[in-house]
Write a protein that binds this ligand. Structure first.
Ligand SMILES: NC(=O)c1ccc[n+]([C@@H]2O[C@H](COP(=O)([O-])OP(=O)(O)OC[C@H]3O[C@@H](n4cnc5c(N)ncnc54)[C@H](O)[C@@H]3O)[C@@H](O)[C@H]2O)c1
Length: 295
């Protein structure tokens, strides 16, 4: 099956990055969000990112124009009917994602493939919202999408070999590295990373070290490019918390119990860089330790 036109649903941090890399590989893309303002925000993020590429000499101005020219932004879902593949990158909530898949099921011809960029929700459960579970798979990108090479290609219980093959070919064509992962909460990378993060939160809660020193230790001792707290703030704390909840709900093992510190931060509305505060304070334009809360 040849993929020509792709719809990316959700024009946020991930969806805009996915639309950019897919358009850069020559595909026609429809980028959809729920309001004109959100769609415009996604397109502005793409334009800014590509302008950075032009400034660094990685792409030409003409290439930038060609890439953005291949992306059609809309708040309508109906154009999904003319696409061969839908990549879903909306909020990390099972019911909301299933509702979207139900709407797409009504709109799209039966051969259309549905892929989800979910961080942790089992693909088999998302697929139950459709009548085509053989054509539903996970295509899990990492942030920032234009930079990070990995894509987890996730096989739900009923995903067909052909669907996995189509996603693998797309992954290759956009210059990413695909790994095959069987379905399960958190898949591979987020499951392993959530285990590490939980231990890091335990160390913080026990006063073993400060946030800054834990980040330094993981960067300069283990060679991680970002410390776990910096990374959490970069990705969005609500996503880390949603992943922790999914692991906890599915495994019911105390080792997956979500951190109460993280829960408190998310409840307060401090979600990381995007809100100005998370584990760190970014309101001055720089990453600074927080002085206004006690962990
Ligand atoms: N942030 C990361 O580093 C990261 C990495 C891998 C995967 N993910 C996953 O990608 C998904 C999106 O995460 P994000 O960081 O881009 O979030 P985000 O909040 O930046 O973007 C989500 C977007 O989805 C839109 N949206 C919500 N419901 C919609 C609907 N029904 N139709 C169209 N758009 C809708 C929102 O308006 C928002 O613009 C989540 O499932 C998340 O777990 C995130």
């Amino acid at each position: 099956m040849e993929i020509k036109r792709i719809m990316v649903v959700g024009a946020g941090f991930m969806g805009s990055g996915i639309a950019q890399v897919v358009a850069a590989a020559g595909y026609n893309v429809v980028l959809r969000d729920i309001s004109d303002a959100l769609v415009a925000k996604g397109m502005a993020a793409i334009a800014k990112n590509l302008a950075g590429g032009v400034a660094k000499g990685k792409i030409t101005e003409a290439q930038k124009e060609a890439i953005t020219g291949r992306i059609r932004a809309t708040k309508e879902l109906a154009p999904a009917a003319e696409c061969d593949l839908i990549i879903e990158a909306i909020i990390e909530n099972k019911a909301v994602k299933q509702d979207l898949f139900r709407q797409l099921e009504e709109l799209c011809p039966p051969q259309v493939i549905f892929a989800s960029n979910t961080s942790s929700i089992p693909i088999t459960e998302l697929a139950t919202a459709t009548k085509r579970p053989d054509r539903v798979a996970g295509m899990h990108f990492f942030s920032p999408v234009p930079v990070m090479k990995l894509v987890e290609i996730i096989r739900g219980l009923k995903t067909s070999d052909e669907t996995i093959q189509v996603i693998k070919e797309l992954t290759d064509r956009i210059g990413k590295i695909g790994v095959f992962v069987k379905d399960g909460p958190g898949f591979l990378v987020n499951r392993v990373n959530a285990a590490l993060r939980n231990e890091v939160y335990n160390c913080l809660a026990e006063g073993v070290a400060t946030i800054e020193d834990i980040d330094k230790a993981m960067k300069y001792g283990l060679g991680h490019p970002m410390g776990p707290f910096e990374l959490g703030d970069f990705v969005g704390l609500e996503i880390g918390y949603a992943v922790a909840e999914t692991l906890w709900e599915n495994f019911r093992d105390p080792k997956w119990r979500p951190s109460l510190l993280l829960k408190k931060l998310v409840a307060s509305g401090d979600l990381g860089r995007k809100t100005g505060k998370g584990w760190y304070d970014y309101t001055s334009g720089e990453q600074k330790p927080r002085t206004d809360i006690h962990f």
